[in-house]
Design a protein around this ligand. Structure first.
Ligand SMILES: C[S@@+](CC[C@H](N)C(=O)[O-])C[C@H]1O[C@@H](n2cnc3c(N)ncnc32)[C@H](O)[C@@H]1O
Length: 235
C-alpha cells in the first residue's frame, strides 16, 4: 500500500510506502514523514500528503490494457449505479473497473478467463481491501448472476455476451461495452437489435492545462484515444 505522496521542490511526485525516503534533495527519516511540509537532512522542503484510494489504484500491478478513469467516471454517472447495485464486470484484467465500482458500494462479481490476469486482479483487489467476487471463468459460457443492474464488458468480442446479458439483467438495466475500435462498436451495436435499446455511444476526450503565471495553455501532450463507450438498456 502507498501510504504517502511526497512532492519535491521540482514538482516530482513519489509514491511512498515505508522506511526512510531518499532523493536527490536529501533523505527524510521515516518518523518525520507526516502530512504537511517536511525537511530533508540537508534542509530541503518537501510536501507530504496522506495517500488515498486514487493514489493506490493508480499504482496497482498491471496485466493487460487498463481502463481509463475518465471513462470509468462516465460509466458510473451515465448508468446511475451506486451502493448495492448488482454488477458483473468482464474481463477483470488488472481489476480496475471492478475496483472503482466496488469502491462506490456496488456488489461486484468480475470474470477473468486468463489465470495469470485472474491472479493479478485478485491480488490488486485484496490490496485495495475491496470485497469483490472474482471468477476464473469464460464469460462466453454464461453468466451465473441474475437480476443485475449493470454489466460492464471490456474484452475483445463483447457481442458474444449479449444473449447471456439479456438473461441476467433487469429490464431497463445497462449493458456497457468499453471498445478501443469503431469496428468493434459497429459489430456490437448490430448484435444488440431487438434485445437492447441503444442508449448512447460516446467518446470522452480529456485535456489537461498548464497554469503557471502568464503561461496558461493546454498541455503539449494529450491522451488521444482510450476507448468508445456503448451504453445499451435491456428491453
Ligand atoms: C482489456 S482487459 C480488461 C481490463 C480491465 N477492465 C481493467 O481495467 O483492469 C481484457 C480482459 O478480458 C479477459 N477476457 C478475454 N476474453 C474473456 C472471456 N471470454 N471471459 C472472461 N474474460 C475474458 C482478458 O484475459 C483480459 O484480461
Amino acid at each position: 500500500m502507498i501510504t504517502k505522496i511526497i512532492i519535491d521542490r521540482k514538482g516530482n511526485l513519489s509514491n511512498y510506502k515505508k522506511g526512510d525516503f531518499h532523493s536527490m534533495f536529501g533523505v527524510i527519516r521515516e518518523k518525520e514523514i507526516k502530512p504537511g511540509i517536511v525537511k530533508s537532512d540537508i534542509g530541503k522542503e518537501f510536501l507530504v500528503f496522506d495517500a488515498n484510494f486514487s493514489d493506490n489504484i493508480h499504482g496497482i500491478k498491471r496485466g493487460p490494457a487498463i481502463a481509463h478513469i475518465k471513462d470509468i467516471g462516465l460509466i458510473i454517472t451515465e448508468t446511475g449505479i451506486g451502493v448495492k447495485s448488482k454488477v458483473v464486470d468482464v474481463g477483470s484484467g488488472s481489476g480496475k473497473i471492478a475496483a472503482h465500482l466496488a469502491r462506490i458500494g456496488c456488489d461486484v462479481t468480475t470474470y477473468e478467463i486468463n489465470p495469470e490476469f485472474y491472479k493479478i486482479a485478485k491480488e490488486n483487489l485484496e490490496n485495495l481491501k475491496l470485497k469483490v467476487e472474482i471468477k476464473n471463468q469464460d464469460i462466453y459460457e454464461g453468466i451465473e448472476e441474475k437480476d443485475l443492474d449493470i454489466i460492464t464488458l471490456d474484452l475483445l468480442e463483447p457481442w458474444k455476451v449479449i444473449d447471456h446479458a439479456q438473461k441476467s439483467l433487469k429490464s431497463g438495466a445497462f449493458l456497457v461495452a468499453y471498445l478501443p475500435t469503431i469496428t468493434q462498436v459497429m459489430e456490437f451495436v448490430k448484435n444488440l437489435e431487438n434485445k437492447f435499446y441503444l442508449w448512447k455511444v460516446s467518446e470522452l476526450l480529456e485535456r489537461e492545462w498548464h497554469i503557471e503565471g502568464l503561461k496558461v495553455r493546454p498541455k503539449n501532450q494529450m491522451l488521444g484515444h482510450t476507448a468508445f463507450l456503448v451504453f445499451a438498456r435491456k428491453i
